[in-house]
Design a protein around this ligand. Sequence first.
Ligand SMILES: Nc1ncnc2c1ncn2[C@@H]1O[C@H](COP(=O)(O)OP(=O)(O)OP(=O)(O)O)[C@@H](O)[C@H]1O
Length: 306
Amino acid sequence: MSTVLRTIGLTKRYAKRLTPAVEDVSIEVAAGEIYGFLGQNGAGKTTTLRMIMGLVRPTGGEVELFGRRLEGGSEGFARIGFLPEVPGHYPQLTVAEHLRLHSRLTGYAGPDRTEETLSLLGLSEVRDVRAGRLSLGLRQRLGLARAILHGPELLVLDEPTNGVDPAGLHQLRQLLLDLAKQRGMAVLLSSHLLGEVQQIADRIGIMHGGRLLQQRAAAELERTLRSCVELRVEPLEQALVVLEQKLGILDYELRDSRTIRIYGKTGQSSELARILVGEGMELRELKVRHDSLEDYYLRLIGGKGA
Ligand SMILES: Nc1ncnc2c1ncn2[C@@H]1O[C@H](COP(=O)(O)OP(=O)(O)OP(=O)(O)O)[C@@H](O)[C@H]1O
């Protein structure tokens, strides 16, 4: 699939800060792909997105959009939709008026997509409601309607789930999946919520302290997460001898003086228990643990303070 967005060593140093807000960030998003940009508040996500949008000037590196280097002009932006973290609306304008105005401002010359976009985002019923009277969730949806109205090839969303209720979240996920998978849009979204990114992203980039700590295909990340059998057994030394010498198990880890985690044997937990008990050990506890992406993420950012 064709690459829509590429950043190469993107860096931003603000004058009065000792450390860069963003340092050496290289990402790539292809058509039809959802890229989840994950990180805690202050990790540098917004600054990166703003550099991609040409709203903040990088102090290093570059941005390539649609195969061309971003030169600071507005060229190419008609092909991008952007949902900022807090979309600003005109409180006196209705939902439908916003879309019509947005169409004019972006210079969009195609067929009128107002009705289609309103219905796609479930905004038809509030089409004549002024933006100032909308709930936070609906305001967010109006922001998204504006971002996709002109049928962009790249959609950039900064924390799109802020203020969205659970039903709205489900709808938003479905919509983004539809835009990417059915319409071939490249989607780049930032979030501090791991669970959300995990549910829809094809690729996940983890930002921390301005740096991209890791970038993996979501499916690959799933495989990296390791499951284990956790045993509390006494005496421990003897159990280790049995595991290593009798069963040839070497991929284990000692959690404390009585607990062992054995990796890659989750399907054989009862067999392990039977053997250890048979060898005269006292088995106090046995459980199968699945490493969650949450654990993985915390491990990854652990000790790397911003
Ligand atoms: N205009 C600015 N001048 C100086 N420092 C800034 C400026 N904008 C952002 N920063 C700093 O750069 C760092 C990264 O901020 P950024 O907003 O990109 O993070 P973020 O991951 O998007 O977090 P959030 O979700 O809170 O927006 C932060 O430490 C922030 O204080």
